[in-house]
Ligand binder design. Structure first.
Ligand code: NIG
Ligand code: FE
Length: 404
C-alpha cells in the first residue's frame, strides 16, 4: 500500500529540542536544533526526514505539499496539565477576586472548585464530552496537539467516570483527579476517600492513565494523599500531585517517596524542595498562567533548572485558577516571569511534557520516528513562540502527518 506523505517545504526554520533524551535537564534543556530554509517530510503519521531544502532528494510517488514560506515549525505542543472537562464558568468568582476576594477564601466558603462540581454533575456525559471537544479546539488553535485532562469536578462515581470517558472520547489523555476536593455529602476527607477508593478507583483505573491529588490546606493532607496515591499505584496508575500551590505541605517528599511522575504548581516551594526535586526523577510541572491568574508568586523555575531538576510547562487550563488554554502565552510567561530562555520554554512544553504523559520518544520533537505533530508559526524566527505576548502566532498545525 502506498504511504500517505506530506511535505512541509520552504520553512524559514525548523526548531526542535536537541538530543534524544527525555526528560531534558540542566544545560541541555536550552539546546535547540535549528535548521534554516528547511523541510519536514511526514509519512504515515510519522516524521520521515527533516533537513535543508537544498538537501531534499527528489521524491517519487504521490506527495501532498504545503508551501511554508515565512513560517517556522516547532513540535506540536504538549499540555501535560489541564482540567479541560468542566461545565459552567466562574466569571462571577473572577469578578469577586478582582474586587479582592482570595481563591482559598472562595473555596472554603463552598464556592471555587465546588461550584464547578455542581455545574459538572448537572451537565450529563454528552455535554461533558462536547465541552472537552470545544476546549480541545481552543487548544489546537494555540498549537497544542497532545493534551492531558483531569476529572475532579464530579467527585461522585458517575460523574468522575463520565469525565474520564469524555476526555478520552475527545482525544485527551485522562487523569483521575479523584482527590480534588471533599464534596459536601461527606463530612471528612477520610470518609470521602473511603468511598472514592472503594467505589470509583476500580473503574477509574481502567479509563485513566494517571491519578492526581490536591495536597493543600483545605483539601487533602499528606497522609490522605499517601493513602489515595498508594491505592492508585496498586491499581496501575501513574502518580501526579498538585503540590506547594499555597503552602509547602509535604508534596515533594511524598512524590519522591512514591515515585510519582510529577509534582505540579510549586509556587510555594523553597530551597530545600528545589534541591530535593533536582536530585529526584520527579518532574516539576510549572503553571505560570495559574500564578498570574491568581496573583500569586511565580514558582522558582530558574533555581529548579539550574539545580538540574526536570521541569515541564503547562497551562493548568480550568475555569477557576487559570482560564487559559494557550501554551504560547505560557512560554511568554516562562521567559518574562520565570527567567527561562525561549529554548528552555520550548523543551518544557514539548519533550518534557511528553515525558510526563509517558509519550517521550513519540511526541515532543521533530525528528525521524516521532509522530508528525507540528506547529507552524506565522513568524520568521521560532522564538516568536514566546516573544509575541498573547499574539496570534500559530498559523496552523499538523497532527499525525495531516492538517486537521
Ligand atoms: O490546579 N488547585 C487545584 N486545582 C486546580 C484549580 C481548579 C479550580 O479552581 O477549578 C489548579 O489550580
Ligand atoms: Fe491543576
Amino acid at each position: 500500500m502506498a504511504s500517505r506523505r506530506l511535505l512541509l517545504r520552504e520553512l524559514a526554520q525548523v526548531a526542535s529540542p536537541g538530543g534524544r533524551e527525555a526528560p531534558v535537564r540542566g544545560r541541555a534543556l536550552g539546546e535547540v536544533e535549528v535548521i534554516e530554509d528547511a523541510y519536514v517530510l511526514c509519512a504515515d503519521g510519522m516524521v520521515e526526514s527533516v533537513g535543508r531544502m537544498r538537501d531534499l532528494a527528489p521524491l517519487g510517488g504521490e506527495v501532498e505539499e504545503l508551501d511554508c514560506r515565512g513560517r517556522c515549525a516547532v513540535p506540536g505542543l504538549v499540555d501535560c496539565h489541564t482540567h479541560a472537562c468542566f461545565a459552567g464558568d466562574r466569571v462571577e468568582e473572577f469578578s469577586l477576586r478582582a474586587a479582592g476576594a482570595s481563591y482559598e477564601e472562595l473555596h472554603a466558603a463552598g464556592g471555587g472548585i465546588l461550584s464547578t462540581v455542581r455545574a459538572t454533575r448537572a451537565a450529563g456525559e454528552e455535554a461533558l464530552r462536547e465541552a472537552v471537544e470545544l476546549h480541545r479546539g481552543w487548544m489546537l488553535r494555540h498549537g497544542t496537539t497532545t493534551f492531558e485532562a483531569k476529572s475532579g469536578y464530579g467527585l461522585d462515581r458517575d460523574t468522575e467516570l463520565a469525565q474520564l470517558r469524555g476526555i478520552a472520547a475527545a482525544g485527551g489523555l485522562p487523569t483521575w483527579l479523584g482527590a480534588h476536593a471533599v464534596p459536601p455529602e461527606f463530612d471528612s476527607a477520610d470518609a470521602y476517600l473511603d468511598f472514592a477508593l472503594a467505589e470509583v478507583l476500580p473503574e477509574a483505573a481502567t479509563l485513566a492513565e494517571a491519578a492526581d491529588v490536591f495536597l493543600e490546606r483545605g483539601a487533602f493532607d499528606a497522609a490522605q494523599a499517601r493513602r489515595y496515591l498508594t491505592a492508585c499505584a496498586e491499581a496501575g496508575l501513574a502518580l501526579r500531585l498538585h503540590g506547594d500551590q499555597f503552602t509547602e505541605s509535604g508534596a515533594i517528599p511524598l512524590a519522591i517517596e512514591l515515585g510519582a511522575v510529577s509534582v505540579d504548581h510549586l509556587e510555594a516551594t523553597g530551597p530545600e524542595g528545589v534541591a530535593a526535586l533536582a536530585a529526584s526523577g520527579v518532574t516539576g510541572v510549572l503553571l505560570p498562567a495559574s500564578a498570574l491568574f491568581l496573583g500569586r508568586p511565580m514558582p522558582p523555575a530558574r533555581a529548579l533548572v539550574d539545580a538540574g531538576a526536570s521541569v515541564a510547562l503547562a497551562t493548568d487550563f480550568n475555569p477557576g485558577s487559570a482560564f487559559c488554554e494557550s501554551l504560547p502565552l505560557v512560554c511568554s510567561l516562562a521567559c518574562t516571569q520565570l527567567r527561562l530562555s525561549p529554548g528552555e520554554a520550548l523543551a518544557a512544553c514539548t519533550v518534557n511534557g511528553a515525558h510526563v504523559l509517558g509519550r517521550a520518544g513519540r511526541k515532543g520533537r521533530i525528528a525521524p520516528g516521532y509522530d508528525a505533530d507540528v506547529v507552524l508559526l506565522d513568524a520568521p524566527d521560532w522564538r516568536h513562540l514566546a516573544y509575541h505576548l498573547g499574539g496570534d502566532v500559530v498559523a496552523g498545525v499538523v497532527v499525525g502527518g495531516a492538517v486537521p
